[in-house]
Design a protein around this ligand. Structure first.
Ligand code: SAH
Length: 421
């Protein structure tokens, strides 16, 4: 199949069913028979990150030879512009003498690789800054691919001096550490990055019925052996009580509490130690309903068929992320990918690359990947950028008292037009 990106819900064709080797299905079927239906969140967690059979653990999925393609895999320009975003924020925040770049769910490591190339090219700007890279990755398979991409495979497992499970040095000489959980990353001034990460975290699904809200659960179909089906909880569950707002107007709602917890952690860390977080993903602002879907071999895949062999995903609810920052940081966005990249200067970068490429094939490839990233019908409109920033980055702390005494704060790149000085 031609490499395809995972677009917003509703953008695909018919879902394909497929068989794997069935190990995950047998494991789930045993569990469901023994202890009854599970929440969609529990099903998704098992299917994606079960340590033995999970999709990310075993298959990995990202890239042309995998099940879906992502922006950093489409064009190096994407990561370069994000690298410039971090440098621009680092400068706006007074050039602290050290920072950690922390990426959640780095996939094949391509995005970090492109960012580190920009850091190297701008070494004279960053010269007095001590930079380190911290990758949060649960998949042993993907962490191996990242290690090869970023260090040439020269890594040390279980280093004694750190909470990391692996460490190495980038080809450009920057130390890199791997962790399973954001909580293991040492505190300190940090720039966080989550690209197509939050959409992979487990969601709960709820349905409004005549009797009130019910949670959608996954059960075994009694009529067909080893086939799964959705059922509704017979009564309210703890999750229906906790996650549905009294003023909710939709009939079907998806909530990702794990995303909420991670955003709370990011916001607390930024509030305490400084830095910023950039989140990029497909999503909505609390308006969409049923977005849970699967991908395999670049095609839509039935979410209940052959679990563990397909990627499962749901749109990110940015309004929920904003709420979970709980005012500890300011938030910006979501802003559409095509606007963010335009503000970051993608058109100028494309012109330079076109001028520098001699052959037609490369030029066509450049134009094609630009179209994938920017076209509103492709990734331009349904992918969004969202940022967490310390309050003082947007408003002077004592602005109210002495409005004239302060110089204006520089605008945040990407969310405003980039000022090329
Ligand atoms: N950012 C990459 C990859 C996106 S796929 C890109 O855009 O190309 C999602 C990534 O998140 C994978 O690396 C997957 O292994 C990782 N992942 C999924 N669930 C995770 C979890 N709970 N904790 C840490 N990493 C996770």
């Amino acid at each position: 199949a031609a490499a395809a990106a995972r677009l917003c819900s509703g953008a695909g064709g018919e879902a394909e069913a497929a068989d794997g080797d069935g190990a995950m299905l047998r494991h789930l079927a045993r569990k469901l028979r023994a202890s009854g239906p599970v929440t969609v969140a529990e099903y998704m967690r098992e299917a994606l990150t079960n340590p033995g059979q999970g999709y990310y653990t075993r298959r990995g999925g990202v890239g042309e030879s995998g099940d879906f393609i992502t922006s950093p895999e489409i064009s190096q320009v994407f990561g370069e512009l994000i690298g410039i975003w971090y440098i621009s924020e680092w400068m706006a925040m007074g050039k602290p003498n050290t920072f950690q770049l922390v990426e959640l769910g780095p996939g094949r490591g391509t995005l970090t690789e492109d960012i580190l190339r920009v850091f190297k090219q701008l070494a004279s700007v960053l010269s007095k800054c001590d930079v380190s890279v911290h990758l949060v990755e649960v998949s042993p398979k993907l962490s191996e691919i990242q290690a090869v991409m970023l260090t040439g495979g020269k890594v040390q497992p279980n280093p004694e001096d750190k909470s990391a499970y692996m460490k190495g040095v980038s080809k450009t000489g920057i130390p890199i550490f791997w962790y399973r959980d954001i909580q293991d990353v040492p505190p300190g001034y940090s720039f966080y990055l989550a690209h197509e990460f939050f959409d992979a975290l487990p969601i709960h699904k709820f349905q409004r019925t005549e009797k009130g809200w019910r949670e959608v659960l996954v059960d075994i179909d009694p009529e067909v052996p080893d086939q799964l089906r959705f059922v509704l909880s017979p009564s309210r569950t703890p999750a229906t009580q906790n996650f549905i707002q009294p003023e909710e107007t939709r009939d079907h709602v998806e909530v990702c509490p794990e995303a909420g917890v991670i955003v709370q952690r990011l916001a607390s860390r930024i509030e305490k130690d400084g830095g910023a977080a950039l989140v990029a993903d497909y999503g909505h602002d609390g308006t969409k309903t049923d977005t849970f879907r699967g991908f395999r071999n670049h095609k839509l895949h039935d979410v209940l068929s052959a679990p563990g062999t397909a990627d499962l995903t749901a749109d990110v609810d940015f309004s929920y992320l904003r709420k979970m920052a709980q005012g500890r940081t300011a938030t910006l966005g979501p802003i559409k990918q095509r606007e963010f990249l335009k503000n970051m200067g993608i058109d100028l970068r494309l012109q330079v690359l076109l001028q520098n490429s001699a052959d037609t094939a490369t030029r066509e490839q450049l134009l094609h990947s630009y179209d994938m990233l920017m076209n509103p019908e492709k990734m331009g409109d349904c992918f969004n950028f969202f940022a967490l920033l310390p309050h003082h980055r947007l408003v002077h702390p004592d602005k109210k008292d002495k409005p004239e005494s302060q110089s204006p704060l520089p605008p945040v790149a990407g969310f405003n037009e980039l000022l090329l000085k």
